[in-house]
Design a protein around this ligand. Structure first.
Ligand code: PPS
Length: 286
């Protein structure tokens, strides 16, 4: 399976819908426009939740859009072959998504201040556990056989989209820019309303309290889990295996149910080394 894996600039990508040619074109030729709204995350950090929230903010809480159009069409992944075509065909203002690390992101983004980007981080331990269960049941890259094996790959950056540490370090270097809003999955869970209000303010959208209520209702874990436009059940069956689910648990700290003490210690050691120098309060996890 790994033989079909597309690699670009030393980073591994999913086997389906990705090619080095498109990745190069996206980085070098795609023109980000001032009106674009872009959601960027390392995989398994709340991407689809944010897509749902942004979609619902744009429709002022009206669920028609999120209940009739798949999330990957509402906010396509720019770096995928299909997503790239969709984004190029979108009417302004465009809304799209990316998991790209900073150095592979469209270069044109960096030449203007007017675009808006939301970058969402998540405790890498939870992103790891989420990724382990997800990738064990989807045929897009090598399937990990055990959590230990996936942890080794994750810590080496030998996973799709590369190292969590490099991704987060790269994008956090943009955190003081006015056009970049850094959020966390943990804050979204802890105080969803305040975080949604923060996003509205950042996007310059004024919602009435009852419209915000609707955003919260239709982007909730339960509604998303049941919405086939948002829960990935529309993926072709050939891509997935029994038990596959995007909305698995939706909680903070699930890693504690899966890491052994030795794994937690080994992870911590590498985390401390790789994330040295950041103010501890920047991250809403220990
Ligand atoms: S992907 O495949 O990389 O795009 O996945 P991504 O959407 O980034 O992350 C999937 C995890 O986000 C959780 N999720 C939610 N949590 C709470 N509320 C809502 N509404 C929600 N939507 C998605 C999802 O359950 C995955 O986390 P885990 O820990 O696996 O449950």
């Amino acid at each position: 399976m790994s033989d079909n894996t597309p690699w670009f600039e030393g980073i591994k990508f999913p086997m389906i819908h990705f090619s080095p040619e498109i990745l190069r074109e996206v980085r070098d030729k795609f023109v980000v426009k001032d009106e674009d709204t872009i959601t960027v995350t390392y995989p398994k950090s709340g991407t689809n939740w944010l897509i749902e929230i942004v979609s619902l903010i744009l429709s002022k809480g009206d669920p028609k859009w999120v209940q009739s159009v798949p999330n990957w069409d509402r906010s396509p992944w720019i770096e995928s072959t299909g997503g790239y075509e969709l984004v190029k065909g979108q009417k302004d203002p465009r809304v799209y998504t990316s998991h790209l690390p900073l150095h592979l992101f469209p270069k044109s983004f960096f030449s203007s201040k007017a675009k808006v980007m939301i970058y969402c981080i998540r405790n890498p331990r939870d992103a790891l556990v989420s990724g382990y269960f997800f990738l064990s049941k989807i045929n897009v890259t090598e399937k990990p056989e055990t959590l230990q094996q996936y942890m080794e790959w994750f810590l080496q950056g030998n996973v799709i989209y590369g190292s969590w540490f490099e991704h987060v370090r790269g994008w956090l270097s943009m955190r003081d820019m006015e056009n970049v809003l850094v959020l966390s999955y943990e804050d979204l869970i802890k105080d969803t309303r305040s975080t949604v209000e923060k996003i509205c303010q950042f996007l310059g959208k004024k919602l009435k309290p009852e419209e915000t209520d609707l955003v919260l209702k239709y982007s909730s874990f339960q509604f998303m889990k049941e919405n086939e436009m948002s829960n990935f059940t529309l993926l072709p069956h050939a891509y997935t295996t029994e038990g596959f689910t995007l909305l698995r648990k939706g909680t903070v700290g699930d890693w504690k149910n899966h890491f052994t003490v030795a794994q937690a210690e080994a992870f911590d050691k590498i985390y401390q080394e790789k994330m040295a120098g950041y103010p501890p309060k920047l991250f809403p996890w220990e």
